[in-house]
Write a protein that binds this ligand. Structure first.
Ligand SMILES: *Cc1c(COP(=O)(O)O)cnc(C)c1O
Length: 379
């Protein structure tokens, strides 16, 4: 039996174990400590934000970003439909109403034209969205300047879900640093990991302080336990922050490795009819966190699901592109604007194993299994 090839497994660098050991040796085994402080400083410097707050997950980071805005029942939040459910669940945690928006083909991310339509519609009715949550999918930034200009014009705060896009760039900036706040994830499948964890970044000192407070049970500055608002237990462990510091040191290597994996797939599969790789928009660097493609079943000779099952038979994990949120039973009944592009990408999309530790042999295994599915293979 050959080893299983995972979609995006963890890839630990040379320093992580020593940093974790340091946490043990200094007895900072707590959701506070020098690694947490250093990880926040180093992360903020890497992405170019004023403040960073280390949290237990990307979902927790998004939850607190929305809570800091004061979002609640009666508020509408405009959010990408093509995403993972964690972009949307925190909107529901706060009792607000998600409104889903379609993607554009250039980046697979939020289409600014649909966003403008939605903003204009609400303005005509004398209403306004409480926030816009663009998602930077699969390692690529959305069109931030276009979205930021609309947010500015209509007075809508932007909270960026950059969970999948750490290491990417948009006109030289990091996705996640344009809006009022941005969030990242260090789950085990992301481009760097702390096993589980997240980060919120912002240039607003008040937001950073409020988020840190809410993440630690909202304790007021008093020796006894004094509370004036509801808090959460969302801080990142100092042990895990040690892993994060080590991972941040190798982040650029990981981006380069993932881009090399993508290049290898493109060279080995690019000649097959009916296969189209996710485009890299002209505005910046795509990390290729996952190599994604769409398959035209007729031209290629097999459906994306047939390819996925053929890979599975070879002990290779592949996944469909995210199922749009407006098609999810849990979000049935919420308004959806556009939707045809996201639905098409879901119907035809497939994500290939993309781990930064993949060898040439690993890539060759995937390539061989995909090529065997193509109509030309039978000829
Ligand atoms: C992974 C992910 C999240 C959530 O991050 P966690 O750390 O797993 O909570 C949010 N949004 C997107 C788009 C993600 O891919």
């Amino acid at each position: 039996m050959t080893d299983r090839l995972y979609l995006s497994p963890p890839h630990i660098g040379p320093d992580e174990l020593a940093l974790v050991t340091e946490a043990f040796e200094t007895n900072w085994v707590a959701p506070v400590g020098p690694h947490v402080d250093a990880f926040e400083r180093e992360f903020a410097a890497y992405v170019g934000a004023e403040h960073a707050v280390a949290l237990s997950s990307g979902t927790a980071a998004l939850h607190l970003a929305l809570r800091d805005l004061g979002i609640g029942p009666g508020d509408e939040v405009l959010v990408s439909t093509l995403t993972f459910c964690a972009s949307v669940n925190p909107i529901l945690y706060e009792g607000a109403t998600p409104v889903f928006v379609d993607s554009e083909r250039a980046s697979w991310n939020l289409d600014p034209n649909w966003v403008e339509d939605a903003f204009r519609q609400r303005a005509a009715a004398g209403k306004q969205f409480a926030a816009l949550v663009p998602v930077h999918l699969y390692g690529q930034s959305a069109d931030l300047d276009a979205l930021a200009a609309l947010c500015e014009r209509y007075g809508v705060p932007m909270i960026e879900d950059a969970a999948e896009a750490l290491g990417a760039s948009y006109k030289g900036r990091s996705p996640g640093t344009t809006g009022r706040a941005g969030i990242y994830s260090f789950n085990g499948n992301k481009i760097i990991t702390t096993s589980g964890g997240g980060m919120l970044v912002t240039d607003r000192a008040e937001t950073a302080a409020h988020v840190k407070k809410m993440a630690t049970q909202a304790r007021e500055p008093a020796a006894h336990y004094e509370h004036a608002e509801v808090g959460f237990n969302y801080r990142l462990s100092n042990v895990l922050a040690g892993i994060g510091r080590g991972q941040l040191r190798v982040l650029d290597d990981r981006v380069n490795a993932r881009r090399r994996v993508y290049e290898a797939y493109r060279e080995a599969l690019g000649d097959l009819p009916g296969l189209t790789f996710m485009p890299e928009a002209e505005w910046g660097r795509h990390t290729r966190w996952l190599t994604c493609l769409t398959i035209d079943a007729e031209a290629f000779g097999a459906t994306p699901e047939a390819v996925r099952l053929a890979l599975e038979a070879e002990n290779i994990e592949a996944r469909p592109v995210w199922k749009p949120m407006h098609l999810q039973p849990v979000y049935a009944g919420y308004e959806s604007i556009g939707g045809a592009v996201a639905e098409d990408l879901f119907a035809r999309g497939l994500c290939l194993p993309s781990g930064s530790a993949m060898t040439e042999g690993d890539i060759a295994r995937v390539v061989e299994a995909v090529r065997a599915c193509a109509a030309t293979a039978a000829a």
